[in-house]
Design a binder for this molecule. Structure first.
Ligand code: FES
Length: 143
């Protein structure tokens, strides 16, 4: 399933997260699945904020559950939906500049982010940027 972080948290809050340990664990597993097998550490502050809990609590839960893994790499998600203008140009720029398996961040292509009119859309460590361009990508990736 392809959720936005807000949708996933909203769903699992409805199931009782963060006080219900089972719902919280399922949310963290869902995030891990969505991100290729590990939870990007950079997503924890926003996830904690959305849940109304502390990042340290989420880290403690992740440490206690052996099947959950944290990744310290940044995460860049590029919309690969059909309606984002210039999405292929941005993808080509990223792959040409930093490679298909870049160091320092994980690159993922995701389906439509449901903000087609504001594209091209990207997500960097869980924060969405509309109207992304090469300058924005350089700023995010190179700091
Ligand atoms: S195609 Fe990119 S947001 Fe819809």
């Amino acid at each position: 399933m392809n959720w936005t972080p807000e949708e996933a948290v909203s769903y699992y809050k409805g199931q009782g997260a963060p006080s219900d340990q089972t719902a919280l664990t399922e949310l963290l597993r869902e995030i891990q699945r969505e991100h290729g097998g590990s939870i990007p550490a950079q997503l924890l502050p926003r996830t904690a904020e959305l849940l109304g809990t502390k990042e340290s609590f989420l880290r403690a839960v992740i440490r206690r559950i052996p099947s959950l893994r944290l990744s310290d790499s940044h995460l860049l998600e590029l919309c690969a939906g059909p309606n984002c203008p210039k999405r292929r140009d941005l993808a080509g720029f990223v792959e040409k500049t930093w490679g298909k398996e870049p160091k320092g961040f994980t690159l993922r292509y995701v389906p439509c982010m449901r903000m087609c009119g504001k594209g091209p859309n990207i997500r960097w460590d869980g924060t969405v940027y509309n109207g992304a361009d090469e300058a924005l990508l350089r700023k995010l990736i190179e700091g």
